[in-house]
Design a protein around this ligand. Sequence first.
Ligand code: DAH
Length: 340
Amino acid sequence: MKDRLSKIKEEAIADIKSLSNLESLENIRIKYMGKKGELTSVLREMGKLTKEERPVIGQMANEIRQEIEQELSEARERFKEKLKEERIEKEKIDITITKKTRKLGHRHPLVATIEELENLFISMGFSVVEGPEIETVEYNFDALNSPENHPSRDLSDTFYITEDILLRTHTSPVQIRAMKTMKPPLKIVSAGRTFRFDDVDDTHSPMFHQLEGLVIDEKVTMANLMDTIDIFIKQLFGKDMKTRFRPHHFPFTEPSAEVDVSCFSCKGEGCPTCDGTGWSMELLGCGMVHPKVLENCGIDPEKYSGFAFGMGIDRITMVKYGINDIRLLFENDNRFLEQF
Ligand code: DAH
């Protein structure tokens, strides 16, 4: 019986050592120590032994059972540990990995200015509309009452695509589009790119930006125009800024005016920047919409009148942000752009 017990012990331990998973561990326990297990059946046969043999074999069988249990529980721990490690390995997140990030940009000073201007006009009841950068000669010149021989029509001043199509030289054709598609009363602004055949220097660029405004209604007067411009300038540059209207000529307005504002450096005191005049010159052009322009768009000049204005946005941006070279606005140099 002693031999049988030793054999059982050896086999059990060998079985346990060769295990590959937790489930088969339980099978082994049953094989040796379950109700019909090998060790259990040996113990059952104890009755057949002599009085002297019984305690000796009993003790041996007990020790073997304890040893097998010990081996089983160690194997169980080993498997659990292994499973844990496998799970950790599987669920590992590598926090050192670098994610592809995209640098967040921000508004270009020009765009920021355009939005500020648009918002100012929106607060005064204007709507914002858009017009194409590629225009017809008809809308850019003819419908705006520009004379056949006007110098701005010259090939040396304007980028023509065909005889009838060009890159718009100003935002004023948006007036025509608005009047042809919307019924008065109307109150719109439109900002965007404009193009002229200009040599590049610190204040000139063949591509620049304008904002156009148009108001058409019954009984609109020059006083409405002057008041609107004055309120706008004060909101944009500050309450102390004054406006000055100088008579001028534009084919699409009559009367026409150019507007100056208090010098941005001295606010009107007179300083070297403004040659002591206290004025910053030509911030915008404006006037009462010419009756011929109204007629060209199918609006009755006897019933309706209106005013229009147009301003360069690049210059306003430069004044607002203290930029002294227009080229900086278009070169996309990060060292410049990151300053805003
Ligand atoms: N279009 C003119 C220019 O580019 C500016 C201008 C003047 C616009 C008078 C207007 C206006 O709407 O009424 O120089």
